[in-house]
Design a protein around this ligand. Structure first.
Ligand SMILES: Nc1nc2c(ncn2[C@@H]2O[C@H](COP(=O)(O)OP(=O)(O)OP(=O)(O)O)[C@@H](O)[C@H]2O)c(=O)[nH]1
Ligand SMILES: Nc1ncnc2c1ncn2[C@@H]1O[C@H](COP(=O)(O)OP(=O)(O)OP(=O)(O)O)[C@@H](O)[C@H]1O
Length: 333
C-alpha cells in the first residue's frame, strides 16, 4: 500500500464527513420511527474517526476509495429479544436498498462454533427516497447497520474490550472461556425468548378467562398487568379521553406507572377483589369517569404556559380515575 491511497481516502473522508454525519441523524431518526413497536434497548450511531479509518486502511491494505469502506457511517440496534432481530431485518429490507454482497449474518456460524453473533447490514437510501430533495446528496453513500440482542452485544463488547483483534495472542484457556460464555449466552437468549412467549400466553389466558367469565381472577400485580395491557374497555376509555383532549398517539404501557399506583391494594380497600368486579365497576362508571377526567385534565392544561405539552395517558389510567371517583364519592362497592 502506498501512502498515496491512504492520503487520498483521508482527504475524501474530510470532504464527506459532514454528509456522513447528517445522514447518520436522518437514518437514526427513520429507524427509531420504523421500529417504534419493537422493544429496543438502544440505537447508537457513529462516524468512524479519522484515526480508526487510517488504521483500518493500513491494516486491510485493500481499499482504494472511500466508497470501498462500507462502515464509515455505522448504526447499531440492540434488541432485548433475539426473535425481534428478524423483524428489524424485514423492516430495514423494506425501507433501504441492501448491498447483499457486503452484508453478513455473523450469527449464522458453523454448527459446532460459538462466538461473535450479529447481523451486519450494508445499506443505501432507497431509489425512491434518493430522488427526493432531502436525500439527493446521500444517494451514493453506503452505511452499516448492525443488529444484535443485548446478550450478543454484551459478549461482543467484553470481547472487544479485552482485545478481540489480538485474539490469537490470548492464552488458549481464555479463548476457550470466551467460546464457552458465548454458548451460554446463546442459550440464555433462547430462554429469554421462551419466557417472553410464556408471559404473553399468561396475559392472553387471563383476558380470555375474564371474557368467558369462567373464573374469578383475583387481582394481584401480575393479573392487573395482564388486564392493563389487553383489556378493550380500558382502551376505549383512554381513547375517549385522548380524543376529547386532542392528545396524539396511543396510550403506552408503563410498568413504573402500574407499580407506583399500587392498584391491587387500592382496589382491595374499595372492595374490588377480582377482575370481573373491576371490569363491572369500569363499565358502570365509564361515562362519569370520562367526563370528570376530561374536565380535570382540561383545567390543568389551561394553567400550562407551553401549549405544546400534551398529557400522556398511560395504559391503565382509567383504573386510577375509577379509584379517585369511588373514593371521592365514598362509593365502596
Ligand atoms: N467483539 C467482536 N466484534 C466483532 C467481531 N467480528 C466483527 N466484529 C465487529 O464488527 C465490526 C466489523 O468487522 P467485520 O465485519 O469483520 O469487517 P471489517 O473488519 O470492518 O472489514 P470489512 O469487511 O472489510 O469492512 C468490527 O469492527 C467489530 O465492531 C468479533 O469476532 N468480535
Ligand atoms: N455499526 C456500528 N454502529 C455503532 N457503533 C459501532 C458500529 N461499528 C462499530 N461501532 C463501535 O464504534 C466504536 C469505534 O469503532 P471503530 O470505528 O474504531 O472500529 P470498528 O468498527 O469496531 O472496527 P474496524 O476498524 O474493524 O471497522 C467501537 O466502540 C465500535 O464497537
Amino acid at each position: 500500500m502506498t501512502d498515496d491511497y491512504l492520503n487520498k481516502i483521508l482527504a475524501e473522508y474530510k470532504e464527506c464527513y459532514a454528509a456522513y454525519s447528517a445522514l447518520g441523524s436522518k437514518v437514526e431518526h427513520t429507524v427509531r420511527r420504523l421500529c417504534k413497536n419493537i422493544p429496543i434497548h438502544q440505537i447508537t450511531s457513529r462516524v468512524k474517526t479519522r484515526a480508526s479509518l487510517a488504521q483500518k486502511i493500513i491494516k486491510k491494505d485493500k481499499y482504494r476509495n472511500l466508497d470501498d469502506i462500507t462502515d464509515i457511517l455505522g448504526l447499531r440496534i440492540i434488541t432485548y429479544f433475539e426473535d425481534d432481530i428478524s423483524k428489524i431485518e424485514e423492516i430495514l429490507n423494506r425501507e433501504f436498498t441492501v448491498d447483499w454482497s457486503n452484508s453478513v449474518d455473523k450469527g449464522n456460524i458453523e454448527i459446532d462454533k460459538f462466538g461473535y453473533r450479529s447481523i451486519h447490514f450494508i445499506l443505501q437510501i432507497s431509489e425512491r427516497k434518493a430522488q427526493t430533495k432531502e436525500y439527493a446528496d446521500y444517494k451514493n453513500i453506503r452505511f452499516e447497520i448492525q443488529i444484535r440482542s443485548i446478550l450478543q452485544h454484551s459478549w461482543a463488547e467484553i470481547e472487544h474490550d479485552l482485545g478481540y483483534k489480538s485474539f490469537v495472542d490470548i492464552p488458549q484457556k481464555a479463548q476457550r472461556t470466551f467460546y464457552r460464555v458465548a454458548a451460554l449466552l446463546e442459550q440464555a437468549d433462547i430462554e429469554f425468548t421462551k419466557l417472553k412467549k410464556e408471559i404473553h400466553e399468561f396475559e392472553n389466558s387471563v383476558n380470555k378467562n375474564l371474557k368467558n367469565k369462567r373464573e374469578l381472577i383475583n387481582i394481584n400485580e401480575s393479573t392487573i398487568i395482564a388486564f392493563v395491557k389487553k383489556n378493550p374497555l380500558l382502551r376505549e376509555i383512554e381513547s375517549a379521553v385522548r380524543k376529547a383532549l386532542k392528545t396524539p398517539g396511543n396510550s403506552k404501557f408503563d410498568s413504573a406507572y402500574i407499580s407506583a399506583n399500587h392498584f391491587p391494594a387500592q382496589l382491595k380497600d374499595l372492595g374490588i377483589l377480582n377482575l370481573i368486579q373491576l371490569e363491572e365497576q369500569l363499565l358502570r362508571h365509564k361515562d362519569e369517569i370520562i367526563i370528570s377526567e376530561i374536565s380535570y385534565l382540561r383545567s390543568v392544561n389551561q394553567n400550562l404556559t407551553d401549549r405544546s405539552i400534551k398529557f400522556a395517558i398511560p395504559q391503565g389510567a382509567p383504573i386510577l380515575w375509577l379509584i379517585h371517583y369511588l373514593q371521592s364519592n365514598d362509593n365502596l362497592i
